[in-house]
Write a protein that binds this ligand. Sequence first.
Ligand SMILES: Cc1ncc(COP(=O)(O)OP(=O)(O)O)c(N)n1
Ligand SMILES: Cc1nc(C(=O)O)sc1CCOP(=O)(O)O
Ligand SMILES: [Mg+2]
Length: 310
Amino acid sequence: MSTALDSSAVAQAIVATHGLRFGAITSAPPSAPNFSSDDPVYRGAKRACSALGFIEIDAECLAHAWRAQTQRLSGFDATLWPDAPEDFGMRPFPPTARDDAFPPCPERLGLYAVLPDAQWVGRMARAGVPTVQLRFKSADTAAVEREVQAAVEAVQGTGALLFINDHWQVAIAAGAYGIHLGQEDLDELSPEDLARLRDSGLRLGVSTHGYAEMVRADKVSPSYIAMGAVYPTTLKKMATAPQGVARLGAYARLLRGYPQVGIGGIDAVRLPEVLATGVGSVAVVRALVAAEDPEATAAQWMAAIDAAGN
Ligand SMILES: Cc1ncc(COP(=O)(O)OP(=O)(O)O)c(N)n1
Ligand SMILES: Cc1nc(C(=O)O)sc1CCOP(=O)(O)O
Ligand SMILES: [Mg+2]
């Protein structure tokens, strides 16, 4: 049982077992600055996860999961990286069985083109890209309404599923397939907003950048969960370091039961290792928008995704 364990031994065992995969910063885990429990598995795991490079909120989340897993299995096993939703305090999976779940979307969203305007949305939808997003950054309400409406019309007859980033009220009014929101967007929603979003029947995708954000996203039972940034991206300034494929694989195991999307810095060379994590979708901006021949590139990526079975 965890009470008989020494936290230093726990920390060393976790780092020794998982250091190579996650990239240990040091073989002697430093003391973690904040502990919220005296449990030795929790304390050792928090030191280990900090040494493995997880940010404070994720190390805290993981440390509690290690403790919960140890209690559930009646013993500590350093080889078992936590991946059971219940150990993270999540409600039972599958999320689609929950009363408050957002409507489902395909488990494998395939190539997911995140695009700056309606013209690009139409172009990639006509090229056969199965999932497209309008990521139109503007504070001009009239321009947003025009662009969202144009994007909805642009996908008609193509079969592409259209998500609208940020502008959820406009997306509902225009009849888009779904909405994509970031963590800050979620924070800004009142309970009434969330209820309105749910009642709209639109699908909801949520961005995450680590364990704590995945737990937060799961609370609203979205239609899919996006995980990023997998690699460095120049498209926008990220608040968190790139996750890498080892973490993406661990996230994908925890979130099985959700359609999953990997995003951030994915290019043709990196695509196979992203697909190998098991995510059912890869979302890209520059790989398509900056390609010499976006239609041909989309076709190659769709073939690669199909061939990998994702
Ligand atoms: C598929 C997908 N994943 C993540 C994001 C990022 O969304 P968000 O966190 O809301 O940041 P902005 O895109 O609004 O800058 C996304 N758009 N799509
Ligand atoms: C819009 C966006 N969101 C991310 C996240 O991690 O939430 S990464 C990202 C940029 C993706 O662009 P590219 O494929 O050009 O790197
Ligand atoms: Mg957003």
